[in-house]
Every structure is written in C-alpha cells, then in structure tokens.
Design a binder for this molecule. Structure first.
Ligand code: COA
Length: 166
C-alpha cells in the first residue's frame, strides 16, 4: 500500500484559506467560522494551532487555545479572555474527508495535549459536536456538564475534559 506523505507543523496565516476549505467540508454550515475569526485566533494564540500538510494540499487542522476549565470560548469568539487559563481548549479539529481513518486526527490531538502539558495547563477541554463523542472518549476525554447552554454548537453538543496532570 502506498504511504501517505505528510507533515504536521504549526499553522501559519497563509494556511487559513485552505483551513476554511477543510472546515467547509467537515462541518454543517451552522458551525462554520469566518476567516476573520480564524485570523484572530491565530494572531492571539500563535503557538497552539497546527496543520497537517499533504503533497497536494492541506489535509487537517487543529485550533486550540488556553482557556479556563468549565469556561469554553463561544463559537465565533475573537477575543476570549485568557487570564487565569488552566486548560487547553481544543476548539476545532477537522480532517479532509479523503484523509480520514489514517490517524491524522489522533496525531493532532497528541500534539495539542503535549503542548498543553508543557505549558503546565491542568486540563484539556473541548465541545464535542456532530456525534464525535466516542472519538474523544477514545482519546481519554470524559463528558462533563456546564451551566451555560451549548445550543449554539448544535444538538447533542457536549462539554468534555481530561486531566493533563500526572
Ligand atoms: C472526527 C475526525 C476529526 C476524525 O478524524 P480521523 O483522522 O478520521 O481520525 P483518526 O484516523 O485519528 O481516528 C480514526 C478513529 O476515530 C473514529 N472516528 C472518526 N470520526 C469519528 C466520529 N465523528 N465519531 C466517532 N468516532 C469517530 C474512527 O471510527 C476510527 O476508529 P478506530 O480507530 O477504532 O477504527 C474527522 O472525522 C472529522 O474531521 N470529522 C468532521 C469534523 C468533526 O466533527 N470534528 C470533531 C468536532 S468536535
């Protein structure tokens, strides 16, 4: 079987158009975020976003950002506060449909969790959408509950977390 050649590297602003293209294919329109939101996230959190580049284009991306445990940033948020951040929030991860099932998402998750540990963040958190809960459980996340409504993330969205300590 031919091996897929790819490179996992930090995201750069030049990647954002291609990131938008993968987002379009991966999420229902109500979950799409704009170029402005993506640019702002990259500017505010330049070290916690990654892409996987293939020979013919971008295959996958992960946006993550420092946040407070139990206080996830809302969708379309350009300016979440980071004061007192104790968690790495995995905000958005997607793999192009033709590159799924190859472990690319698993590698992005591992990269994000390692980064969070190196920053001494105590938690990794996320909001699971589009029936992805079992994917995240397989990567060590548990379901939590929040007082705040997650309605803007679509039906069935769940807050999930895992400890990065120990
Ligand atoms: C979820 C997603 C990122 C997984 O990407 P991937 O590169 O195919 O994942 P990997 O190859 O690392 O892992 C594959 C494993 O995850 C499982 N998996 C993939 N997508 C899943 C999903 N939506 N729900 C549950 N399990 C899923 C596969 O069945 C496979 O399981 P196995 O190893 O037991 O066979 C990808 O399906 C995607 O981009 N989905 C659309 C965007 C999305 O919903 N992102 C998550 C938002 S919180």
């Amino acid at each position: 079987m031919k091996q897929l050649a790819y490179l996992l590297r930090p995201m750069a602003s030049q990647d954002l158009e291609a990131v938008l293209g993968v987002q379009r294919l991966a999420y229902t329109p109500d979950l799409h975020e704009s170029l402005t939101v993506f640019s702002s996230k990259l500017e505010r959190f330049p070290d916690s976003n990654w892409v996987i580049q293939g020979e013919r284009g971008l295959l996958a991306y992960l946006f993550a950002q420092p946040a407070r445990y139990l206080h996830p940033p809302p969708l379309n948020d350009c300016d979440a506060a980071v004061a007192g951040a104790d968690a790495l929030h995995l905000h958005d991860m997607a793999v192009a449909p033709w590159s799924r099932g190859l472990g690319l998402a698993g590698q992005l998750v591992a990269t994000g969790l390692n980064w969070g540990r190196h920053q001494n963040l105590a938690w990794a958190t996320l909001i699971a959408v589009q029936d992805s809960r079992s994917f995240w459980q397989a990567h060590g996340f548990c379901c939590g509950s929040l007082e705040k409504s997650l309605d803007s993330y679509g039906q069935g969205a769940r807050y999930m977390y895992q400890s990065l300590l120990g």
